[in-house]
Design a protein around this ligand. Structure first.
Ligand SMILES: Cc1cc2nc3c(=O)[nH]c(=O)nc-3n(C[C@H](O)[C@H](O)[C@H](O)COP(=O)(O)OP(=O)(O)OC[C@H]3O[C@@H](n4cnc5c(N)ncnc54)[C@H](O)[C@@H]3O)c2cc1C
Length: 325
């Protein structure tokens, strides 16, 4: 009995949400007393498998076939179905990425199961929690019946850091070659979409000051820029700020922007919509400044300041400067 974790590659490396999914799988493994088998997929997976083995002290399976690169839903479904039949896991865990959304529901259906997607928490049982209706409701799900339970884990729901600390002792890598016929693959992939090159890597920033619509006008941004400069932090924003062109799109945090996990995330005039929260709630310490005491951002904040940002932010900047002198 084991838990199968299906990782995803991004530019030749395991994506950060993949490490978060590994953390989720390890959490599940601890509560079920089952080992985690991590799976890397593609035409050539040696380097990826070595990267995983360096951080995961368990089994790593290279699910390798020439027809798995480039990605196609038919190829991935065929390959994973065979591996799942061989391994008979109790749970199959995925990171909730666009690619997983594309093939995992079909894979689960093909195996007579459903996919519990976008899971934000895992409780004993196991019980899986996901948000409904843009975060207004929370649903809990328990798997029943035979066959594995398929879940995908939302970005930012689990911290990837504990995985980095795991000992690599005992990691073992094996290869499984599925049988795939070219005739099974119905899609003809074209060149993958490439976004414009990002000059800001918010994902690795340690300190972030993030600004939302509470700032009211582009001219007012300088007060948060001053705070970011005083702290030595990167400046980020909620979507309306970037949609308005007040800051570049690459500074947007959230489901359609970057996912971040800094030591400090200071949210200024941001309400805390679910699409924003998914991009930042993995931050180690969240401080929110908002004049509305009922703003949802306070539900995820470690420290909250209920007040007018136009008073609080300049005072904070002065305090930071004074503390640094
Ligand atoms: C498909 C989809 C994808 C999306 N992707 C993203 C995404 O990636 N990132 C993202 O951020 N959003 C995203 N959104 C938008 C999201 O739903 C919210 O609309 C957005 O996050 C709201 O931004 P905000 O908090 O800055 O603005 P608002 O919700 O308008 O909140 C402004 C906040 O400022 C406070 N405020 C006002 N004045 C002051 C003051 N003087 N002092 C202190 N506080 C003040 C208010 O109380 C309020 O809480 C997406 C939406 C959809 C439908």
């Amino acid at each position: 009995m084991s838990i199968l974790l299906v990782l995803e590659e991004s530019n030749g490396k395991v994506s950060r949400i993949g490490w978060e999914a590994l953390a989720a799988a390890q959490h599940l493994a601890a509560s079920l007393s089952q080992p985690v088998t991590a799976v890397v997929m593609g035409a050539s997976t040696q380097a990826l498998a070595a990267e995983v083995a360096a951080r995961h002290a368990g089994k790593v399976v290279r699910l390798e076939h020439a027809l798995l690169t480039p990605y196609t839903p038919d190829g991935f479904c065929a390959a994973l179905e065979q591996l799942i039949q061989r391994e008979s896991p109790t749970q199959v865990v995925f990171p909730h990425t666009y690619q997983v959304r594309d093939f995992a529901p079909a894979l689960a259906t093909r195996m007579g199961q459903v996919l519990v997607c976008d899971v934000i928490a895992i409780g004993d049982g196991p019980v899986f929690t996901r948000q409904l209706m843009q975060g207004r409701l929370t649903g809990t799900y328990r798997h029943s019946g035979n066959g594995p339970c398929f879940i995908s884990v939302q970005a930012g729901a689990f911290r990837a850091e504990p995985v980095a600390a795991a000992s690599a002792d005992g990691a073992s890598i094996s290869t499984f070659t599925p049988t795939i016929d070219a005739a099974q693959i119905r899609t003809r992939p074209s060149e993958p979409f490439r976004g414009s090159a990002q000059t800001v890597d918010l994902g690795s920033a340690q300190l972030i000051v993030s600004v939302g619509r509470g700032i009211k006008e582009a001219e007012n941004l300088r007060i948060v820029e001053d705070l970011a400069t005083a702290l030595g932090a990167e400046l980020a924003a909620s979507r309306p700020i970037c949609d308005n062109g007040w800051l570049p799109m690459e500074r947007q945090v959230g489901s359609s922007g970057q996912s971040v996990a800094p030591k400090l995330y200071l949210a200024v005039g941001i309400s805390g919509a679910i699409q924003h929260l998914v991009g930042m709630k993995a931050s180690q310490c969240i401080v929110a400044i908002n004049k509305d005491p009922d703003a949802p951002i306070f539900e995820v904040a470690d420290y909250g300041i209920v007040g007018d940002l136009f008073e609080v932010v300049p005072a904070l900047t002065e305090a930071v400067k004074a503390a640094k002198q």
